[in-house]
Ligand binder design. Structure first.
Ligand code: 13P
Length: 266
């Protein structure tokens, strides 16, 4: 049930967060080198930073990040318990490497793996069941937006992913990343106003499922899609968007450092 009189967003008090998704760009060795470069950047304390390298780089990067506040995230997880699932990686295995966050339902993975909303739901459930914090990605196509279906599409994707999920416990959180497909890798980000409007749509769904207290304490909403050091400040300026999910511009250590510092300066 939706609490009456609750303002969407309600972001005050949440720490800003930057999540770097390195996709399939780097070998494990290259990714470890980038993380070593990142550790030489000045990274302000007041922003949470999560690195999501390829699966092959998780162990090596996990070792480099030991003792640092930067958190480790994976780009995907399989929903089943350890067993006969060739090519998949379990939540328990990720957890054993020190992974704390995991992307689920990224539009690139939805497309390449023909992944539907019910699978995204199972993955989020598996993540929460193993002490991981899921980052549920949702996003509409350009066609959806032209047809003015974006609110409906995002609500549908999110409701299917989070309905009946247990609330994150005190060591976890649930992040939702709004990543319009047309803004990913195109150099054409959404406007800050669009991102905030969609974050409010997301916030309303979160409130219906988890209620005000859990939403305020254990959820954050991110924007992703052509985020750069130059534009990131606009996205985190308001109350509704608490952080960003960064692809290309976060691949060089210096670029990622600039993004974190730009977020901190807001
Ligand atoms: P870009 O920042 O390269 O647009 O990628 C966004 C993204 O897909 C992050 O998950």
């Amino acid at each position: 049930m939706k609490p009456k009189g609750t303002t969407p967003g309600g972001g005050s008090g949440r720490r800003p967060i930057v999540v770097a998704n390195w996709k399939m760009y780097l070998t494990a060795a290259e990714a470890v080198t980038r993380v070593q470069q990142l550790l030489t950047e000045s990274l302000p304390d007041r922003v949470d930073l999560v690195m999501c390298p390829s699966t092959t780089a998780l162990a090596g990067i996990g070792q480099r990040l030991a003792g640092h506040t930067i958190q480790l995230g994976a780009q995907d997880v399989f929903w089943a318990a350890p067993g006969p699932h060739t090519g998949e990686v379990s939540a328990a295995d990720l957890r054993s490497l020190g992974v704390r966050y995991v992307l689920v339902g990224h539009s690139e993975h939805r497309a390449s793996a023909h992944e539907h909303n019910d699978v995204v739901h199972r993955k989020a459930l598996a993540a929460l069941g193993h002490g991981l914090s899921p980052i549920v990605c949702v996003g509409e196509s350009r066609e959806d937006r032209h047809q003015h279906r974006h609110h409906h599409v995002i609500t549908q994707q999110l409701d299917a992913a989070i309905r009946n999920l247990p609330p994150p416990d005190e060591r976890q959180e649930l992040l939702v990343a709004y990543e319009p497909i047309w803004a990913i890798g195109t150099g054409q980000p959404a406007t800050a106003a669009d991102a905030q409007e969609m974050a409010d749509v997301i916030h309303r769904s979160l409130l219906e499922v988890f209620g005000r207290d859990v939403v305020a304490r254990r959820t954050r909403v991110l924007y992703g899609g052509s985020v750069t050091p130059a534009n990131v400040g606009e996205f985190v300026e308001g109350q509704s968007v608490h952080g960003v999910l960064v692809g290309t511009a976060g691949l060089p250590a210096a670029g990622l450092g600039s993004i974190v510092r730009a977020v901190a300066s807001r």
